[in-house]
Design a protein around this ligand. Structure first.
Ligand code: 9YT
Length: 137
């Protein structure tokens, strides 16, 4: 059995700050359960483009308000506590956080934890505000 508290992850290599968001990875590929689970906090006022080319992701919102735009058809869906969205078509999307968003994210195949650095299937373009655009490493 695996039991972890998010506080235990702070400051470890399972705690990743990518500018617009902070992700705490409860489960990664190395844990061997076949999926990964993380809590992602999206910073208020940010807009993040993402594309999980090689993964299916389910995202359950447990706090905050925002919206997701499906770039394949332009549909915009509101997100708040209790909303789940599932990228079962590897949709390119933009996530906008009106307030800080707390999201629980499940990936299959599981994230290894290295994707942020090698862009293996993840292509985020981080836009922190209107004057600064930083491509993820
Ligand atoms: C909301 C969302 O897609 N979060 C992504 C998690 C993050 N990219 C991670 O843990 O690598």
């Amino acid at each position: 059995m695996i039991v972890r508290n998010v506080q235990d992850l702070h400051g470890t290599d399972r705690d990743v700050d990518n500018g617009n968001w902070v992700s705490r990875r409860f489960l990664l590929a190395k844990d061997g359960v076949g999926f990964s689970v993380n809590e992602t906090t999206i910073r208020a006022g940010t807009e993040t483009y993402m594309w999980y080319k090689n993964h299916t992701e389910a995202v359950y919102c447990v706090g905050g308000e925002g919206e997701i735009e499906d770039l394949t058809d332009g549909t915009v869906y509101p997100i708040s506590d209790g909303t789940i969205y599932v990228l079962n078509g590897h949709e390119k999307h933009i996530l906008r956080a009106k307030t800080e968003l707390r999201l629980v994210c499940v990936f299959t195949p599981p994230l290894t934890g290295r994707e942020v650095h090698d862009e293996d299937g993840i292509y985020p373009l981080i836009v922190e505000d209107e004057t600064e655009a930083v491509a993820a490493e």
